[in-house]
Design a protein around this ligand. Structure first.
Ligand code: 3MF
Ligand code: MG
Ligand code: MG
Length: 396
């Protein structure tokens, strides 16, 4: 890290609303075809190491920290108290809680399966997570539905299944309203996260746009309490442009939380650290978010490489991801102020000054350089990204 030119100090990193997931740091390297490689690690270690790095917020699935059989029981209370102590000791805040509805076999046929007892259990799980969230002082609850889909066709009736899934979210929102009143706290922001494939063959809500449609479908009792947690790579996986997906969420007033990572189009969920694959696209994403006043939470939902040691996870993987994010965020600010981009953008919007009533040919002729300016702006963005605007000339 030193040879790389150093790093941002923890105080600088803490100024950003960057959140560190329990599951990302505790990931043991066990992807589908891989045996685990890292030692198990608990919340106390993760919170302590995040504090040292300067990651000021921590988030978790219910079962990342509470064994399934202890959920809602005395064991849960005792664990939540220990988490509160760890957070206080290291000056971290819990930003978000989320319910795991994909790992345990009970959710094999989705949290909205036909069997009523599975759906009742799913309702218990999301309501319990809301309670844990309030205990830990969280502002957000995230829902990646996980197994909401199927492998074989025809048995699952999509409209009914979505109604049942909405029932779970409705229960969570209603529980939230009650608990928030009891604790004199604001209600949580409930954020849906879409992923186009995995862990089912077919997914009922595969994209952020599908989630927006679901929020507006009339099935939710409190649509105003429900927004989005898009994940950068999940939009790329289906071939979408993440920046355009985020723009649609912004227009709907639903961009509330953002999972940041990187990867490749039309491939599986590789969860690479932010900015390692598509830095130019990332720069542009952050320009969009800055210009719309979105400043977090930015959730580091990536996976440290498979054989990296527990030491390397905190010495290299997390701090380097945070620092790439901060650098790209600062560069996005530079883009917003860049006089050349400003002038080119203004010229684009001024138009060519063709008078009213001109025909298509004349308008097109007068606007020939519109795409030239697009290209000039793109060139300038690459210059800013690579630092070429600081005077590099090409010499061999
Ligand atoms: C899966 C994910 C999930 C969600 C998490 C939050 C394990 O691809 O991205 O991370 O982000 O479940 O609800
Ligand atoms: Mg995610
Ligand atoms: Mg993911």
């Amino acid at each position: 890290m030193q040879a790389c030119g150093g790093a941002y100090p923890p105080e600088t990193r803490r100024k950003y609303f960057i959140t560190g997931p329990q599951w990302a740091a505790a990931y043991q390297g066990q992807a589908l075809f891989h045996a685990p490689t890292r030692q198990p690690i608990g919340f106390a270690d993760v919170i302590r190491e995040y504090a040292k790095i300067g990651i000021g917020h921590w988030c978790t699935h219910d079962t990342d920290v509470i064994p399934t059989e202890q959920l809602g029981k005395d064991g849960q209370k005792e664990i939540v108290a220990r988490i509160q102590k760890s957070l206080a000791e290291h000056g971290l805040k819990c930003s978000m809680v989320t319910t795991e509805t994909f790992y345990h076999e009970v959710f094999a046929a989705s949290p909205a399966a036909e069997a009523p007892e599975i759906r009742e259990y799913a309702r218990f799980r999301v309501c319990n997570t809301v309670e844990v969230g309030h205990e830990l002082g969280a502002q957000f609850a995230v829902y990646w539905p996980g197994t909401l889909g199927y492998y074989v066709q025809g048995a699952v009736e999509e409209t009914q299944t979505l109604r049942w899934y909405a029932d779970a979210l409705n229960a969570a929102c209603e529980r939230d309203i009650v608990v928030a009143r009891e604790k004199n706290r604001p209600t949580l922001k409930h954020c849906l996260e879409a992923k186009p494939f995995e862990p089912q063959a077919e997914i009922l809500l595969p994209t952020s746009d599908a989630m927006l449609g679901f929020i507006a479908s009339g099935l939710l009792k409190h649509p105003e309490m429900v927004g989005l947690n898009p994940e950068y790579l999940h939009e790329l996986m289906w071939g979408g442009a993440p920046r355009a997906a985020l723009a649609r969420a912004l227009l709907a007033g639903k961009l509330w939380h953002f999972d940041i990572n990187d990867g490749y189009r039309l491939k599986h969920d590789v969860d690479i650290g932010v900015g390692l694959v598509n830095p130019l696209d990332w720069l542009n994403v952050l320009v969009l978010l800055r210009s719309h006043g979105f400043n977090g939470p930015f959730n580091l939902d990536f996976k440290p490489p498979r054989t990296t040691s527990n030491w390397g996870v905190f010495a290299v993987s997390f701090p380097s991801a945070v620092d790439r994010f901060i650098t790209l965020w600062e560069m996005a600010g530079e883009v917003q102020q860049d006089p050349i981009i400003k002038e080119a953008s203004e010229a684009l919007q001024a138009g060519a000054g063709v008078g009213p009533g001109a025909d298509a040919k004349a308008i097109a002729e007068a606007n020939k350089e519109l795409l030239t300016l697009h290209e000039l702006i793109a060139h300038r963005l690459v210059q800013l990204l690579l630092g070429l605007h600081r005077g590099r000339t090409f010499v061999v």
